[in-house]
Design a protein around this ligand. Structure first.
Ligand code: AMP
Ligand code: MG
Length: 368
């Protein structure tokens, strides 16, 4: 029996100079056995995955799926992408017709009823605002718009002045939101409030996509939204399973900082200052803003959280830990039962005890 192992390293969705967050390192063990042999070893799965990539929710999303019936697997993946597209129309703040844009336009005048999807994301955002004591805050919209990191970068503009930051900061704070649980309405207690769900909407969408895949017969797969990922079931033995091998990018290098070996149903979310940023006079200004100061958070350069049982929370946690920085952020997320790897501003890598067990390889430092 001849065996062959191909290492496929994908670097998807590079915006800016190097803006891919997390990169899937898929080791496809394409075992060159007779078809019957593979069937016997692995009766439940197709030999090769169905894989599709699409730009949706402001990122490159790749779904890799294994299943018994190839046509059914393909149908499931296509349907999962349709769901992501539908959610994009709910959460996209840069589309004036999205549900979120309509809410932002109207909620200072009246309580606005929102869909189940938007309600869940906003309610989860407010929950994590409280849990993180304001480090995570979906009302960062006015600051995100003021900093406009990609726009300023493209135009070569300087960062905003202190007075502008202070003015935007006055509009920020989830305590300015009034949520009516029974009516599912949202109201802003002050004009000028803008909700931005960029810190957790992808994680929410990840769960909706996973539900579709699983209910349509996908028994094994991997959803990569670059910064928020989920493994589904065991990786087939014929593809090098049962663990999934996931690479965490070095925030300051071209290679990987760490490789994780993960079982099924594991959430992985990364927030990094290398995803969206501009540089002005040698200083990097990135997209994760500290809602308490109004400036890009400086306590970390990259944060990966692993575990939990909810996509939106996983996504929000990496952003929250990034804002809290080292060591508070690491302690905070550990106390919530998740594992974490954090690169601090000096390039030193810190991680929780439980993370050690998931690491296949790691560089302990990187260039600051
Ligand atoms: P992530 O890449 O998941 O860390 O989310 C970053 C995105 O979340 C940004 O592009 C903003 O849209 C939004 N954001 C920035 N700072 C915060 C914050 N402190 N809390 C919540 N969302 C934020
Ligand atoms: Mg996030």
């Amino acid at each position: 029996m001849e065996g062959r192992e191909d290492l496929e390293r994908e670097t998807l969705g590079r915006r800016n100079r190097r803006d891919t967050l997390i990169v899937t390192v898929v080791f496809l063990a394409l075992v060159g056995t007779a078809f019957l042999g593979v069937k016997l070893i692995n009766p439940g799965y197709s030999r090769e995955p169905y894989q599709r990539t699409m730009f949706v929710l402001e990122d490159y999303v790749t779904i890799t799926a294994y299943g018994k019936d190839q046509a059914r697997v393909e149908g499931a993946v296509d349907e999962a992408f349709r769901e992501l597209q539908r959610l994009d129309n709910v959460f996209d703040r840069y589309d004036p017709e999205s549900e979120l844009s309509r809410l932002n336009d109207a909620a200072a005048r009246e309580a606005v009823p929102v869909s189940e999807d938007l309600w869940k994301v906003i309610a989860t955002g407010v929950e994590i605002y409280r849990e993180s004591e304001g480090a995570f805050d979906i009302t960062v919209g006015p600051l995100v718009d003021l900093w406009d990191v990609l726009g300023r970068g493209a135009r070569g503009e300087p960062p905003p002045g202190d007075a502008e930051v202070a003015a935007a900061l006055k509009l920020v704070g989830s305590d300015k939101l009034e949520l009516d649980e029974a009516a599912h309405t949202v109201r802003f207690l002050q004009p000028g409030v803008v909700i931005d769900v960029g810190g957790l909407a992808k994680g929410y969408a990840l769960d909706r996509a996973a539900e579709i895949l699983q209910s349509r017969g996908v028994r094994s797969g991997y959803i990569s939204m670059i910064s928020t990922d989920l493994t589904l079931g065991e990786k087939p033995g014929s593809a090098g399973g049962p663990l999934w091998r996931i690479g965490i990018l070095d925030p300051r290098g071209e290679d990987y900082l760490a490789t994780l070996l993960l079982p099924g149903e594991t959430y992985v979310s990364t927030s990094g200052d290398y995803q969206r940023f501009f540089e002005y006079q040698g200083v990097r200004y990135h997209h994760i803003l500290d809602p308490r100061t109004g400036y890009p958070a400086r306590g970390a350069v990259s944060v990966t959280v692993v575990g939990g049982d909810d996509g939106a929370r996983s996504d929000a946690f990496s952003t929250a830990v990034f804002v809290m920085g080292y060591p508070q952020g690491l302690e905070w997320v550990k106390s919530r039962g998740l594992e974490c790897l954090l690169v601090d501003a000096s390039g030193e890598v810190h991680y929780t005890e439980g993370m050690r067990a998931l690491l296949e390889g790691i560089k302990e430092t990187t260039t600051p």
